[in-house]
Design a binder for this molecule. Sequence first.
Ligand SMILES: [Mg+2]
Length: 248
Amino acid sequence: MTVSRPRPRRPQRATGAPVWLFDLDNTLHAASRAIFPAINQAMTQYIIDALGVSRDVANHLRTSYTQRYGAALLGLTRHHRVDPHDFLKVVHTFPDLPGMVYAERGLARMLRALPGRKIVLTNAPEAYARAVLAELGIERIFERVIAIEHMRTRRRWRAKPDRAMLRETLRRAGAALSDAILIEDTHGHLKRYRQLGIQTVWITGHLPTRAPALRLSGRGRPHYVDHRIRSLKSLQTGLQSGRLRQTG
Ligand SMILES: [Mg+2]
């Protein structure tokens, strides 16, 4: 009798064509203008109600868990008894979403003009991500939307910047790490993922005025940022100038 063994997972072969991984909030739209203040307020209120703590403690838990785990949800599920699906739904539901979404002019045209595969990779829940993309009129440009519900293993919730999660996500998408280009406003995610060998783009145009103080190299960007841009328009320039590799 022959026993079939599972074949070892091989790393995906690089094709040389870019696989763009777009963050959502403060990358594809200006979340800090209206949506983030509303989400932060809703999260704090949820934590107050669920855990019976003061507003100060709730704010502290929200910000410290976001910093430590990449998403407040992960801290709330690891250290408290919070219903993750209820939390995600309550804090990301906005009846007036259309009036809260701000984006760059010509966004759809810019994205369509970029060569290669396009994927959304966000620590937000899927329903919210798809609602924002629909509002922006760009949902169909992306071959898939990888939201926080898709980053889970059977045992735990995961989020950016978890490295095993990114490897697994790219394996499922049939994409090689060396073809991936991550576009993000959160420099901590870029820093952690650059070590995997992917290319990194730091977009700063939607950040609130108090941009983080970072140690910049002589090139005006941290060493783990391949290309620093204010607007998504500059992605095309990055490819043409060779600051972003494209071998396909
Ligand atoms: Mg972001």
